[in-house]
Design a protein around this ligand. Structure first.
Ligand SMILES: Cc1cc2nc3c(=O)[nH]c(=O)nc-3n(C[C@H](O)[C@H](O)[C@H](O)COP(=O)(O)OP(=O)(O)OC[C@H]3O[C@@H](n4cnc5c(N)ncnc54)[C@H](O)[C@@H]3O)c2cc1C
Length: 455
């Protein structure tokens, strides 16, 4: 832990003499927290800002491993979704190299009739698959409490089409179809392509983005926030070691799962609107099974596989890296599929995954050199992969994002539906919250200076 804060007994009311005092505390050093801290420093450089982070590392759900394979392997966020995503500003400024996942030609799809085709061939030959990729749907409004599963059935989707949706759309959404709100899903689909439709991988890994975002702001890592007192006088934050931090304002970027778990106590309790927001959002089970092989397991151009079984999605972080040292394939599985696998325990889940890959590739003798599981659901500082809107709760993201001064809210879950659950959504949410903090500060300064404000 890097910590220079002074100890203060938990139950003492802190005064300015026995605690660290800041202008702004940022809670959480993931994409949102890092972007918020950067924006505050850039645009309000006289501010005292401190970021409090529970883990010993920065980046949150951006976490690049560099030991397993000799090249970066992503344990969390993997792709830049969209060629115009906000992340590109950083990638370009840092001169990072990227590799394009050309889905149409680089992916195999297992069709319902058992054939395995490239995505381009599969979409041309199977109208059922094509519908679930282009998402040109009849204009049928969703009902208020409808799940996306119920909506698609009402639209006439048969089991084959629903299975394609489960394997691609729902698996990527991080939760099973019956637990996703139909209105929110349609809103996301209507905005499909807002930031572009192509996926790119950062060859240096998302870790390079984290390192760049970490330059400038000050952090206390290994600092598990347990209690946030807030009111007109400002914010007092307590951590699990009894340290106390006081600030005028705070930006909370805690994942929805952490907020729902109640492991951070708010005093006074959060207003009803925030409780409603948290009741309306879910954090799905998201798991990666990561395998290392001694040699390529597919032709060179095939870097992803939409499989028929569980796990339904495979891709290779080796893409763009020389394959001399090792070849890595990652299974990405969420929702019911993730729960089913994790019930087996890690070793059996890895064996089950490998068995599924052997079947998918028609290589019964396939052996992995090494493998491991990344289970974001059991991670106490994430408690799930990323957020989704629960049936009947459209609007929950906006409720969570709304400022409750002196607390301001960021994180992927507070991003608009089209950008939620992504790195770029989290980055933008952090910048938005920083702008809200600066506006609030200016409003206070204006009042203090006797400047009249239009009402
Ligand atoms: C497996 C996986 C794959 C993904 N793939 C992609 C992808 O390909 N592309 C993409 O754009 N997005 C992807 N995402 C989503 C993306 O990673 C997230 O949307 C984004 O990183 C979230 O950033 P955040 O700052 O909102 O949250 P986080 O990164 O979770 O940051 C919150 C921080 O708060 C800290 N914290 C938690 N509790 C406490 C506490 N009590 N006290 C102090 N600190 C605390 C956490 O440790 C964390 O660092 C993926 C996510 C996962 C899990």
């Amino acid at each position: 832990m890097s910590h220079s804060g002074r100890k203060a007994p938990h139950n003492d009311l802190p005064s300015e003499h026995d605690v660290d005092v800041y202008d702004v505390l940022v809670i959480g050093a993931g994409a949102a927290g890092l972007a918020a801290a950067q924006a505050l420093l850039e645009r309000g450089s006289d501010l005292e800002v401190k970021v409090l982070e529970a883990r010993e590392r920065l980046g949150g759900r951006m976490h690049t491993d560099r030991r397993f394979a000799g090249f970066p392997v992503e344990l969390g966020a993997e792709f830049i979704h969209g060629e115009r995503a906000a992340t590109w500003h950083l990638v370009e400024r840092l001169g990072l190299e990227t590799v394009h996942w050309e889905k149409l030609d680089d992916s195999w799809v297992r069709l319902a009739d058992g054939r395995r085709l490239t995505m381009r061939q599969a979409r041309a030959e199977d109208p059922a698959l094509e519908v679930t990729r282009s998402w040109r749907l009849p204009p049928l409004p969703a009902r208020r409490h409808e799940s996306f599963d119920a909506y698609l059935r009402r639209l006439g989707f048969d089991d084959v089409r629903l299975d394609y949706v489960r394997r691609a759309y729902a698996n990527a959404a991080g939760e099973s179809l019956r637990l996703l709100d139909a209105t929110a899903a349609l809103e996301g689909l209507a905005a499909l392509g807002l930031d572009g439709t192509e996926d790119h991988r950062i060859l240096e890994g998302y870790g390079a983005v984290v390192e760049a975002l970490a330059l400038g702001p000050e952090f206390y890592t290994g600092t598990v926030v347990t209690r946030i007192e807030w009111g007109p006088g400002g914010v007092v934050v307590h951590d699990n070691e009894g340290h106390v931090y006081r600030s005028r304002m705070a930006i909370v970027t805690l994942p929805v799962g952490v907020l729902q778990a109640g492991s951070v106590e708010f005093d006074p309790p959060l207003p009803e609107s925030k409780e409603r927001a948290l009741a309306g959002l879910g954090m799905g089970p998201v798991v990666k099974l990561v395998y290392r092989f001694a040699e390529p397991v597919t032709p060179e151009e095939i870097t992803a596989v939409y499989a028929a079984g569980n796990p339904p999605m495979w891709w290779s972080p080796s893409a763009g890296h020389p394959t001399t040292e090792a070849v890595v394939w990652t299974a990405f599985v969420t929702g019911d599929g993730a729960v089913e696998l994790m019930r087996l325990g890690e070793d059996d889940a890895l064996e089950r995954g490998l068995e599924a890959l052997r079947r998918e590739l028609g290589r019964p003798g396939l052996r992995a050199q090494d493998a491991f599981v990344v289970d974001w659901y059991s991670d106490p500082f994430a408690r799930g992969g990323y957020s989704h809107v629960r049936p009947g709760h459209h609007g929950a993201r906006e409720l969570l994002a709304a400022p409750t001064p002196p607390l301001f809210w960021a994180g992927e879950a507070t991003a608009p539906e089209a950008r939620a659950a992504t790195v770029h959504g989290a980055l933008l949410s952090g910048e938005r919250a920083a702008a809200e903090v600066l506006a609030a500060k200016e409003a206070v300064a204006g009042v203090a200076a006797g400047v009249a404000h239009p009402v």
